[in-house]
Write a protein that binds this ligand. Structure first.
Ligand SMILES: [Zn+2]
Length: 399
């Protein structure tokens, strides 16, 4: 039976994209953690609000990072511009109360502080959310933030003028509950600044590493707007900041005084884009397997360069982990650990020195790809072949 949409409760479409049983990709295997958590990864679209989402969100506790050294980076170059726009568009005075929801909001809050805003606060996972799990991160914050918790925060610091909500809504298991909590914390007339990754381009360009077990929702500008409107927020302004790998959608919104019209204008476009994306998976996977097989037949050694969740997902979705020799990453904490689902050990770049008949399958963002290749060319044999897992790269292996 089809499930219900996380956002609008509408019927989800049939499962068009099933990626099979998959492991948690960020948690690298070591002696203390020999087994990954696995679950089915199915992607669907809501037939009512056209939001792409996981059919069945994974339990948040399975997504808690194992390793305390793990870091996650979203692009931040646009944040100066965002902060300036927020201050100006919403006439924020220096005594305005600014609140960041998670650790991802510290860099935005500190930008306000540098501009003279001293009345700042960040939701404390242990004190405010009663999270005691070591290494708990965004998966736990989204899970714990409820109406009651928000009321507790308001009792402590009062309702806020400006709430920073970066890269968490897409992780939400219950967006309605999450956005209700945001609404409780926000003063009437206050502004919530939402930011999520823009999935439109990856959906257009058949990039399947987009799908990540930690992201329950895959927003485009249209579906984010509809989600906010559905949950009682009025869009004040919004900008899509362009980035080489994935754009960032920023929307500044206020609590609406009356019901917001949830336009269905772009619904058809969203539905047909996803239909094409889901249906193209099989042929894209065939091309990837053919390219890998041809290298194996020609006795090349293939390594994955960049041991992050994108590369890991790419290997697992295409079922090609066993065709590679190992993964390469120079982050000292990762060395000797294994990529989930593939069994591939992570080794340093120096292990590639002198290797012939080598294919480096690059798992790096397009903006740094050329620089990475240049650096490797200076250290490795000149006949090394470079391919990429990213569909927009000219070195794309599935092209
Ligand atoms: Zn929906």
């Amino acid at each position: 039976m089809p499930g219900r949409c996380l956002i609008c409760g509408g019927h989800l479409g049939v499962k068009l994209l099933s990626l099979g049983m998959q492991p948690v990709t960020k948690n690298l295997i070591d002696h203390a953690h020999p087994e990954s958590f696995h679950a089915a990864l199915d992607v669907v679209i809501c037939t009512v609000c056209a939001t792409v989402q996981l059919d069945d969100p994974w339990p948040h506790h399975a997504l808690v990072p194992w390793h305390d050294w793990m870091s996650f980076r979203e692009p931040e170059e646009h944040l100066d511009d965002v902060v300036e726009r927020v201050i100006e568009a919403h006439s924020l005075e220096p005594d305005a109360l600014i609140l960041g929801i998670s650790a991802k909001d510290c860099t935005t809050v500190s930008r306000f502080e540098k501009k003279g805003f001293k009345n700042t606060y960040r939701v404390q996972p242990d004190r405010d959310l009663k999270i005691e799990t070591p290494n708990a991160y965004i998966e736990s914050v989204q899970h714990e933030l409820s109406h009651e918790v928000a009321e507790g925060i308001v009792a402590e610091i009062g309702q806020v003028d400006c709430l920073i909500v970066r890269h968490i809504l897409e992780h939400s298991e219950r967006p309605g509950q999450f956005l209700d909590a945001i609404s409780v914390m926000l003063k009437p007339g206050g502004v919530a600044v939402f930011e999520v990754p823009d999935c439109e381009s990856a959906l257009e360009k058949n990039d399947y590493a987009l799908i990540w077990e930690e992201h329950n929702i895959y927003f485009t500008e249209a579906t984010l707007n509809r989600c906010l409107a559905k949950n009682g927020f009025e869009n004040c302004w919004g900008i899509v900041y362009p980035y080489a790998f994935e754009n960032s959608i920023v929307i500044a919104a206020q609590k609406a005084s009356s019901e917001v019209n949830t336009s269905t204008k772009s619904l058809k476009k969203e539905l047909s884009r996803f239909d094409h994306y889901a249906k193209s998976f099989k042929e894209t996977k065939t091309r990837v397997i053919e390219a890998i097989t041809s290298f194996v037949d020609d006795e090349y050694t293939i390594v994955l360069f960049g041991a992050g969740h994108l590369g890991c997902s790419f290997l697992n979705y295409n079922g090609i982990g066993d065709r590679l020799a190992f993964a390469v990453d120079d982050a000292p904490e990762k060395l000797g650990l294994k990529l989930p689902g593939t069994g591939l050990e992570i080794r340093p770049t120096s292990d590639l020195a002198g290797m012939s008949n080598l294919v480096c399958l690059l798992s790096v963002t397009p903006d740094i790809e050329s620089a990475v290749v240049k650096r490797l060319q200076a250290r490795l044999r000149s006949d090394v072949v470079y391919r990429s897992i990213v569909s927009t790269s000219s070195r794309y292996i599935g092209g």
